[in-house]
Design a protein around this ligand. Structure first.
Ligand code: UTP
Length: 303
């Protein structure tokens, strides 16, 4: 029988219990993870990504005010019957796609005490296996294969793997920053710090919303005190793993990523993904070109 670390990773954890304050007031009643990116909730892209990477078992860590997420991944018999009656097969397929993509389970995080605390709620579901964490508001373009690469690195080296993006010194204080050893697309992580001031950051490489973690992370999270922002930080538990000699690697990402929890990035995601869609792109592109051509030069006020 293979040891736990040799078993292929099959489970994904998607934390969606955050308060989404950057998107208020929209997120007062609608979870930010359900805001539509073109015509699908951000979260659907993420569940599809997990399924594509071979992780059919998905656990969402939800919270109060997030019941709509459970409804979205549940069957909708009345809606399906109405579409069937109308013979609207393509919309029926779209509705089915949301529920058929993966086996989705739910657990609640009673209080939004931080990403680390959210991940800790997955301990019973995960058991003694490595697992992936995909943040519920962070979309990786379907043409990029970040998670697959990370799973391959974890299968080779064991331990933990984080996704890294060079966000520049000017942005690093919004992220977990890492010190690394080595060059190229896979590096060894030697240190981590959550939301450091720019001049104290070990590099401009930021952790973005994908992780592959060993089950040892739960023991580390249980003894992790609240850190930056008074929250229990996953980054701080990873610091503990590094100190304990657990290998932590980073996969440096250079593809397309959209942080849909951020208003500007959300707008970019909607535009970019819509422009590339076969059904919407042909009409949107010329309109957008005209719109941009008509924009007043920067600094000038509109007529
Ligand atoms: P964020 O920090 O982006 O989420 O966490 P947030 O706190 O909801 O956002 P703002 O800053 O207030 O706008 C990244 C992911 O972790 C989840 C969030 O739902 C998001 O998908 N999260 C965060 C939890 O599940 N629980 C928490 O306690 C915090």
């Amino acid at each position: 029988m293979p040891s736990p670390s040799q078993r292929p990773t099959t489970k994904a954890v998607i934390p969606v219990a955050g308060m989404g304050t950057r998107f208020l007031p929209a997120t007062k009643a609608v979870p930010k993870e359900l805001l539509p990116v073109v015509d699908r909730p951000a979260l659907q892209y993420i569940v599809e990504e997990a399924a594509r990477a071979g992780l059919p078992e998905v656990l969402m860590v939800t919270g109060r005010n997030k019941a709509a997420i459970e409804d979205f991944f549940d069957r909708a018999p009345e809606l399906e019957a109405a579409l069937e009656k109308k013979g609207d097969q393509s919309r029926l397929d779209a509705v089915h796609a949301a529920t058929d993509v993966a086996q989705v389970h739910f657990v609640r995080q009673g209080e939004a005490r931080g990403l680390g605390h959210a991940v800790l709620q997955a301990a019973a579901f995960v058991g003694d296996e490595a697992f992936a964490v995909l943040l519920g508001d962070d979309i990786i373009d379907a043409r990029d294969h970040l998670l697959e690469e990370m799973l391959a690195v974890q299968a080779e080296h064991g331990g933990a793997v984080v996704a890294l993006l060079d966000v520049g010194r000017e942005n690093i204080s919004k992220y977990g920053a890492v010190a690394v050893h080595g060059e190229g697309s896979t590096v060894r992580v030697t240190g981590l710090v959550e939301k450091p001031p720019a001049d104290e950051a070990p590099s401009s490489l930021a952790i973005i919303g994908r992780y592959v973690l060993p089950p040892e992370v739960f023991a580390a999270l249980r003894v992790t005190e609240p850190g930056a922002g008074g929250e229990i930080q996953l980054t701080d538990a990873l610091v503990r793993l590094v100190q304990d000699g657990v290998p932590v690697h980073g996969v440096v990402f250079s593809g397309r990523r959209y942080d849909t929890g951020d208003r500007l990035d959300y707008l970019k995601a909607v535009i970019q993904l819509a422009v590339e869609r076969e059904d919407l792109g042909p009409a949107l592109r010329p309109w957008l070109q005209q719109f941009v051509a008509d924009l007043p030069a920067q600094g000038a006020s509109p007529a």
